[in-house]
Design a protein around this ligand. Structure first.
Ligand SMILES: [Cu+2]
Length: 324
């Protein structure tokens, strides 16, 4: 009986505590793929017991490499460097140390105000999916501090550290959903803040006029937009979406392109957003690789290999590619 009452009370209290998420220091985006750029946006929603924050210290986790903080007007920025437990392969250069702590100080963030502090880095490709990387954060005020340094993972502690859950990064590894039928895709391509991964297409019957292209775009930075695509093997390449028109699923071109939200991931997949190769000049053959050039508003242009899978590659339930 005691337990019952306590349990219910506890749930109520936790429910209330979880409501205003801004009461804790938190990360704007709490999940990111391994091997990709990540923009840690630490959100500060109040001071220390009513007092203004004059210093913010953020410790960086092992596994978050090549970190660079964003300066803030009015604040003095300092970094503390230290060794990495595991060296980081930065495009062929081994980095054995880097920034491990970032300190902003010398301004005042009032208790009534809200602000964001940003650190950009890369999540190590070898960090196991499901790992939580913690960014222990301390706010210092005139007569005290608010600390967000508990890394136990418990939701019941009063001072949880901001945490980032690492998701599987590389195509073909650790996908494990079984919903992508033989989507044998090429490896990830990094373009600025964008990580393009899992690019594939499907074999076409001889004489087929069109084919689809699919990939996942993870954005570790500010909002961007896929504005154009082109391929040698097609007369024309468009960016499409599937949408219900009355009872019928039809595809249509996205004339403005496809927005890639800040810190978000957009999946182009059968039955959803896709690249549409039209006026095919040759059939796509299973086992081969074709290249598509993608143009992003901010990140620029990149050539991405698409592995050609079987005709039903990536098929999911309800994948009626209607409207052809
Ligand atoms: Cu289409």
């Amino acid at each position: 009986m005691q337990n019952h009452v306590f349990g219910a009370l506890c749930a109520t209290l936790l429910g209330l505590a979880a409501g205003p998420a801004l009461s804790h220091a938190t990360l704007e985006r709490s999940e990111a793929p391994a091997g990709a750029a990540y923009r840690a946006v630490i959100r500060i929603g109040h001071g220390c017991d009513g007092q203004a924050t004059h210093t913010l210290r953020v410790e960086l986790p092992e596994g978050f490499y090549n970190a660079k903080p964003m300066p803030k007007a009015g604040w003095v920025l300092e970094t503390v460097k230290g060794p990495y437990a595991q060296p980081f392969d930065n495009h062929g250069t081994q980095m054995t140390e880097g920034t491990r702590e970032v300190i902003w100080s010398g301004d005042e963030l009032q208790d009534d105000w809200y602000d964001e502090f940003v650190i950009r880095g890369t999540v190590g490709a070898d960090v196991a999916p499901g790992t939580v990387l913690y960014f222990p954060t301390v706010q210092e005020c005139a007569d005290g501090k608010a600390d967000w340094t508990d890394v136990s993972g418990s939701k019941e502690v009063p001072n949880p550290a901001p945490g980032l859950t690492v998701a599987a990064g590389k195509a073909g590894h650790g996908h494990g959903h079984g919903d992508h039928a033989a989507a044998n895709s090429a490896g990830p391509v990094i373009l600025g803040d964008l990580t393009l991964d899992g690019g594939f297409s499907r074999a076409t019957p001889p004489g087929a006029p069109v084919a689809g292209g699919f990939l996942t775009i993870a954005n570790g930075g500010a909002e961007d937009r896929l504005v154009a695509a082109s391929a040698d093997f097609a007369g024309r390449t468009e960016i499409h979406e599937m949408a219900m028109e009355g009872e019928v699923m039809r595809m249509r071109e996205l004339p403005e392109g496809l927005p890639i939200p800040a810190g978000g991931t957009v999946e182009l997949k059968p039955g959803g957003y896709h690249l549409m190769f039209m006026e095919l000049k040759q059939p796509l053959v299973e086992g081969e690789t074709v290249n598509v050039t993608l143009s992003f508003e901010k990140a620029g242009e990149v050539s991405l290999p698409l592995a050609v899978g079987p005709r039903n590659a990536g098929a999911q339930k309800g994948d009626g590619h209607g409207g052809h």
